[in-house]
Write a protein that binds this ligand. Structure first.
Ligand code: GLY
Length: 415
């Protein structure tokens, strides 16, 4: 059993959020340990497609507005974050700044897209209406079935697997202690009612002491024991199935991310594509299903017929961390020294650099960023109970098992 002096910062969770926080904290001179239940970057981050798409993903209502603000700031940070990470490690993160097309493939969807155009324009977002011919000029692989398209020229993509590989290298070479297969069972507290976090205990019984603990364990964050009343965040897993495809002829079928009713197709530089994703409330179940994969392929094929020529390389299933309002929980809670950084739902990749910056500010006692108010983990404290699906307007098909995600087109987007 290790006996250590407390690390300055103990990050629970070695996904893109935890690793980004760890890197930034170490750069700020803090000693940092990451405890990952399996292997770093091996769960939700590994399945994510990597869209940086705050404009295409605008959602309904108050929570949607808050997320738009987070998303726009997150997206604006990505080019510098990617460049810094690549320079530090020599590892490419696959940032493709090619924009996104949101597609309608019948008259109803086209009407909906017109409405979404107005919404986005009223919010001052950069988005262009494209007739089918203009959409096909940009992406010749699109089917004649396309009725209308919106172009979000600033919505880009990154390869989360490459980002996690780079972050791992950056963390390790900066001196972060990243421990794999170290599942955390509980947070340890001292001080009775004015509780203070003193570290964590692993499932096999080892105590790891720390000055500050960051909970960045995605959908597993809600299952960590020891949280006093009012300090918990109800996080639930939301299953997403994706299909990894490859064009044997190499890159070129699509340049841009395309989004459609039922999913999205994200091109990589090397002729690979990620087709996603279902949105399913099925707890921690991870099985790919024939129905889920069929619907993704069917919908993609209707708009990009060349999909049928692609080779299937992998089916992967991930669990997004969802809170009751599907907005993230970032910041302090009533337990001193305990910081939440989870609940990023469908936006974990987009929000990783921003989350790291926000958490670093909290860790170092910097001036509170105004965005933290919108992400306060304490907003759930009055109603904290078992994790539930959102009660507001649904942002997607969450709650309808085995149906692919609603458009990414943010068909329900209103300000
Ligand atoms: N960010 C895309 C998804 O969660 O499917």
């Amino acid at each position: 059993m290790r006996e250590e002096r407390p690390t300055d910062v103990l990050v629970v969770g070695g996904g893109i959020i935890g690793l980004s926080i760890a890197w930034r904290a170490r750069q700020a001179g803090l000693s940092v340990t990451v405890l990952e239940r399996d292997v770093a970057g091996g769960a939700t981050s590994r399945v994510a497609a990597g869209m940086l798409a705050p404009v295409a993903e605008v959602e309904f209502g108050e929570s949607g507005r808050r997320q738009l603000e987070l998303g726009l700031r997150g997206a604006s940070m990505w080019p510098a974050f990617a460049a810094e990470l690549e320079t530090a490690t020599g590892v490419s993160v696959g940032l493709l700044q090619t924009g996104t097309l949101v597609l309608a493939h019948d008259e109803d969807e086209a009407r909906e897209l017109e409405r979404q155009l107005e919404v986005r324009q009223s919010l001052g977002l950069t988005v262009r209406r494209l007739r089918p011919s203009a959409a096909r000029e940009r992406e010749p692989a699109l089917a004649p079935a396309v009725r209308l398209a919106l172009e979000a020229p600033d919505d880009h993509s990154v390869d989360p697997r490459m980002v996690c590989a780079a972050l791992m290298r950056a963390c390790v070479s900066a001196g972060v202690d990243v421990r794999a297969r170290a599942p955390v069972a509980r947070v340890e507290l001292a001080g009775g009612e004015c509780a203070r976090a003193t570290g964590v205990t692993l499932e096999h019984g080892e105590h790891v002491p720390a000055e500050q603990v960051v909970l960045a364990a995605g959908p597993w964050s809600g299952g960590i024991e020891g949280m006093p009343e009012g300090a918990g965040v109800p996080v639930r897993p939301v299953k997403g199935q994706t299909v990894r495809l490859r064009d044997p002829a190499g890159p070129g079928l699509l340049q841009r991310v395309v989004r459609f009713h039922g999913g999205y197709l994200v091109p990589r530089e090397d002729g690979a594509y990620v087709l996603g994703a279902t949105v399913e409330e099925r707890g921690f179940e991870l099985a790919p299903t024939a129905g889920g994969v069929y619907e993704l392929l069917r919908d993609a094929h209707e708009l990009v017929p060349g999909v049928s020529e692609l080779q299937i390389e992998e089916l992967s299933v991930g669990l997004r961390p969802g809170t009751p309002d599907n907005a993230p929980a970032i910041g302090r809670c009533p337990v001193q020294g305990l910081i939440w950084a989870t609940g990023h739902y469908r936006n974990g990749i987009l929000l990783a650099p921003l989350t790291a910056e926000l958490v670093l500010g909290v860790l170092t006692g910097g001036e509170a960023d105004p965005l933290l108010a919108a992400c306060s983990p304490e907003r759930f404290s009055a109603s904290a109970g078992p994790p539930t699906a959102p009660t507001g307007p649904p942002p997607s098909t969450a709650g309808e098992p085995s149906k692919p995600a609603e458009p990414a087109t943010a068909a329900k987007a209103v300000p």
